[in-house]
Design a protein around this ligand. Structure first.
Ligand code: KIV
Length: 262
């Protein structure tokens, strides 16, 4: 998969996108997904941070390299973290070039609409495919005061303008996070590139979820737009409890796990 192939899927079969942060998970996801996002959500779901704001470029590169070691067939997109690109196009180019050179990924994602359009155009003109991200932008949680649905009522025009600005700037796809269905439909109908929804309805050209959310691994909180396809956290907990009981009763190791003298 390439950014051009993803772009060409506009209006076609919905794009399957998931996050991954490690080599084994990238292998599992790659068997079924079109796009693997090394999202800055890794700050919360892997590193236990309270938000994505503490994620650094080095963390993104470390996990981007781990995902690329799976040699995925899917398009790998790596998030630019908070503070690594907002100062201006030159800073964003330096960060994106480092991410691409050091991980081998084919595209980056950044949050922002009208305010980031110049930066998106600057990157695209210099050979860096950009996936944009509008609607709820978690890196702006302090400015917007929470993780609320974006673009309701009169505010819809603001989110629509954000999407139009990054698409006009050359983004090959745009993530719509936590926007109401009528607005997601409107943006999707107007955009010449795929919209990838997260909490933005089936009207989008594709869907993305944080893999730890849909597998039931991350349980700090559960966004209402997530469907749980497994309860791996609960399974892991039960497995660890069984191991602990076996160790305490000397039921593990068993004879089959013990080395003979010869
Ligand atoms: O960081 C992330 O995982 C994301 C997705 C939720 C879109 O940006």
């Amino acid at each position: 998969m390439t950014p051009a192939v993803v772009r060409a899927r506009k209006g076609g079969e919905p794009l399957v996108c998931l996050t991954a942060y490690t080599t084994p998970m990238a292998r599992i996801v790659d068997a079924h997904a079109d796009v693997i996002l090394v999202g800055d959500s890794l700050g919360m779901v892997v590193h236990g941070l309270p938000s994505t704001l503490g994620v650094t470029l080095d963390m993104m590169i470390l996990h981007g390299r781990a995902v690329m070691r799976a040699r995925p067939r899917a398009l790998v997109v790596v998030d630019l973290p908070f503070g690594a690109y907002e100062a201006g196009p030159a800073q964003a180019f330096a960060a994106a070039a480092r991410v691409m050179a050091e991980t081998g990924c084919a595209a980056v994602k950044l949050e922002g609409g009208v305010a980031m359009a110049e930066t998106v155009a600057f990157l695209v003109a210099r050979g860096i495919p950009v996936m944009a991200h509008v609607g709820l932008m978690p890196q702006q949680v302090n400015a917007i005061g929470g993780y609320r649905v974006q673009g309701r009522g009169a505010d819809a025009e603001r989110v629509l303008a954000d999407a139009q600005a990054v698409v006009a700037a050359g983004a090959f796809a745009v993530v719509l996070e936590k926007v109401a269905e009528p607005l997601a439909r409107r943006i999707t109908e107007a955009a010449p590139v795929p919209t990838i929804g997260i909490g933005a309805s089936a009207a989008c050209d594709g869907q993305i979820l944080v893999v730890d959310d849909m597998l039931g691994i991350f349980s700090e909180f559960r966004p209402s737009f997530v469907r749980r396809y497994a309860e791996l956290g609960a399974m892991a907990e039960a497995a660890v409890a069984a191991y602990a009981a076996d160790v305490r009763t000397r039921a593990f190791p068993g004879p089959e796990h013990v080395f003979a003298d010869t």
